[in-house]
Structures are given as C-alpha cells and as structure tokens.
Design a protein around this ligand. Structure first.
Ligand code: COA
Length: 382
C-alpha cells in the first residue's frame, strides 16, 4: 500500500444554517479543501451522509454533489454508516489512494438536519428497529441507559458527566466554526432540562447542519499541494451488536476498542503516543466510554480524569479541542470528516487559541448508533 496524506481541508461553520441547502454545504466544504491545496481536479469523491433521503428527501448524493461541484463525470458515491458516515468515507478514500487506484480523492461528509424532518425519528433509524425503536426508545434514551450502566458499574457521577460538557463548551468557545460558542458552568449543565434521565440538554450534542471535506493524495506527491502534509498513519474499523441489550457490557464500547486496536497496530503506536484526539461525544457519557475504549484512561476512570483536567487543552491528553460534537455541533454525516480537520489544524500548528503545544500525532474516533460501528484514524505531522 502507498502512504497517504491529507493536503487540503475545508468546512462550513456548523449550526442551524437555514439559507444553505445540502448541496451548498457540500460545495462550500469541497471548494474549501480544493482551494486549500491549490488543486483543480479530482479522481474520485466519497460523500459521507447518514440520511439525506429522510432529512431533505434527497438520495443519490454521489452524482448530485459531483455535478454541483462542477465535476460531473468524476466517480462519486455516498458512504453510509449512520453517525460514522464521515469516518467511513475517509477510510474508503484512504484505501482508494493507498491501493494506487487514484491520486486525488476527496473525502467529505455533509448533513442538513434542520429542514423540518422529525429529527429524533430519523436518527432512531440507526438503532435496531425491531428490538429497540419499536418499543419507543430514542438515541438520548439509549445513551441514558449506557450512562446508568456506567454509573452502576464504575460509580460515575452526574458531576463527571457535566464536567465533559463544561470542558467541551470551553474548547468550543475558542472555535469560530462551532455551533455553540458560549461557556457553561457545572451548575448550568446539571440544572438544564432533563432529556432522558440522567442526560440533560447540556449533556447532548445539538441538531446541526454542516459540511466538511479533506483532500487526499499519495504522500510522495503531497508537496505539490502543500508544505504541511498530514500523513494518515492508520485506519481501523469495527462493528458490534446493533442492539444495546445484545452487548456483554452496555457500558463498554467494544467496537471502539476493536477499531482502536486495529489502528494502533497498523500505526505501530499506542495510546500514550497520541498528543491530541477528537472523540465522538454525541452525549457526555459517550466521551467517557470512548476514553476508556481507546485506553486513554483505565476502565471506569474517565470521569475522574475529566474532572481532574487531564482531557482539557494543556492537560495530559487534550480531548475534543474543537468543542466536540457537544459544542461544535453534530451534522451527523459530516462529523467524522470534521474531526479529521481539527486534527489536521492541530498538527499543522494552525489551531489558534485551541493549539495543543507540539502536537505531532493525533487520533479521531467516530461512531454510528449507540456504538455498533466505529472508525478510528491516526494522523502524523510529516
Ligand atoms: N446543547 C446546547 N443547547 C442546545 C442544544 C444542545 N444540544 N439543543 C438545543 N439547544 C438550545 C437551543 O439553541 C435553544 O436555545 P434558545 O432557547 O436560546 O434558542 C434551546 O436549547 C431549546 O432548543 P430546542 O431546539 O427547542 O431543543 P429541543 O428540546 O428540540 O432539542 C435535544 C434538544 C437535546 C433533544 C436535541 O438537541 C437532540 O435531540 N440532541 C441529540 C441529537 C442526537 O441524538 N444526535 C445523534 C447522536 S447518536
């Protein structure tokens, strides 16, 4: 396999973007990535998207997006893996370049959730319809069950959950592209309205619109496009039982652990080599579970580590310097690619007030549903 680099990145702000359509969001992000690299053509396009059909009535995104980018004719297809669609698109693009099949490949993600659809109902299609959704459960409900299981098994507290939101809003306040740029206090999080016990409004990622894109090419050609290429050192993916009740331990994200182990093995690196990471904090409990599955903390210790400041900028392992899904926003299909963009900015030294000093190796962890699929990537400054 050839070595692969990211040579361009572009993303829209995340938020309620009422004046931008799904295709506008894609084109803005894609043009941003092309301009960043000074590139004028593509060999292939992957579009990560969870549910264009249900959110805005639009399927068949491959040709639509290529056409609106002015690149009709280029091979282009959608990749779907629920909220992990963006990470899965990046993985597909990585292999297309690594295999030698193509040189310039766009990995993108896009979602328009604010357009009148029943968002909670659409998101629930990523859970098991027969054993979960039929009985009325929603995603906040599933993650509430995970939170309760984690609290029972490890003594995780409501303060631990709230500390994740406080930290991610503090980081997001420094990110001009974030949906929510205001800091929140522990008391505000713990006093916000109850969504699904024990999860409250300020434990949840919001409903968002947005697009993100990165341009990949073989590492040996990267200097044609940038003097700051970021190498994709590894990709790992895994799946788990779809229904929470079918997992041995609902408080442990085994697909995240398996994807991480594959990525660590491919990179020949371990968790202590990572300088900065973006993890899938769709709900505060998800960040705690991800920290444990990625082996950034011991099992059951993620809450304590968060409260001790270990995961903040300046801490032992800065997590979600972008603000994470909680504060930056979570346009589901775009999230995995946006996570990669934050790591690219960190490794290029372009993260401004969010910069992690001397960041050389970064990791992203993106997941679908209640953790039934997960994708992990490891990146390195060249
Ligand atoms: N974090 C912070 N503030 C939020 C927010 C969030 N997640 N969601 C909404 N808000 C704010 C809104 O801006 C609004 O503020 P305003 O009154 O000052 O304008 C207020 O809270 C109420 O917003 P509203 O849109 O009425 O909230 P809602 O009750 O319809 O939705 C949630 C709140 C948490 C239910 C919704 O954001 C949600 O479903 N999140 C989870 C999404 C999800 O499951 N993603 C997939 C994960 S696997």
């Amino acid at each position: 396999m050839r070595e692969v680099a990211i040579v361009g990145a572009g993303m829209t702000p995340f938020g309620e973007l009422w004046t931008s359509s799904l295709r506008d969001l894609f084109v803005d992000a894609a043009l941003g990535a092309l301009r960043d690299a000074g590139a004028d053509h593509l060999d292939a396009i992957y579009v990560g998207n969870m549910s264009g059909g249900q959110f805005v009535g639009q399927e068949h995104l491959g040709p639509l997006m290529a056409d609106h980018l002015g690149m009709a004719g280029v091979p282009s297809m959608r990749v779907e893996s629920a909220c992990a669609s963006g990470g899965a698109a990046l993985r597909a693009a990585f292999f297309e370049v690594a295999s030698g099949a193509s040189d310039l490949v766009l990995a993108s993600g896009v979602e328009k959730m604010n357009d009148g659809a029943d968002v909670t109902g659409v998101l629930a299609t990523a859970a098991d319809q027969e054993s979960e959704v039929y009985h009325g459960i929603t995603f906040p409900g599933l993650y509430a069950l995970i939170a309760r299981a984690h609290m029972a098994a490890h003594g995780t507290t409501l303060e631990d959950l709230a500390a994740v939101s406080v930290k991610n809003h503090r980081h997001g306040a420094l990110n001009p592209k974030a949906q929510f740029r205001g800091e929140v206090t522990l008391a505000q999080v713990m006093g916000s309205s109850l969504v699904a016990d024990p999860l409250r409004l300020l434990h949840c990622s919001p409903v968002s619109d947005g697009g993100a894109a990165v341009l990949l090419c073989p590492l040996e050609r990267a200097r044609e496009f940038t003097d700051r290429p970021i190498k994709i050192r590894a990709t790992g993916m895994a799946t788990s039982a779809m229904a929470l009740a079918d997992r041995k331990d609902p408080a442990y994200l085994d697909a995240v652990a398996a994807a991480a182990n594959r990525a660590y093995e491919m990179a020949r690196l371990g968790p202590t080599d990572i300088d900065v990471a973006e993890v899938h904090d769709c709900f505060a409990i998800a960040e705690l579970c991800a920290l444990e599955a990625l082996c950034f903390t011991e099992r059951g210790r993620a809450g304590e580590a968060t409260r001790a400041g270990e995961t903040t900028i300046g801490g032992r392992i800065p997590i979600n310097t972008s603000g994470g899904l909680k504060s930056k926003g979570h346009p589901v299909g775009a999230t995995g690619v946006a996570q990669a963009i934050e790591i690219v900015e960190q490794l290029r030294g372009e993260a401004g007030d969010r910069q992690v000093k001397d960041a050389a190796i970064g990791l992203t962890q993106n997941m679908g549903g209640s953790g039934a699929s997960s994708v992990v990537h490891i990146f390195e400054r060249v």
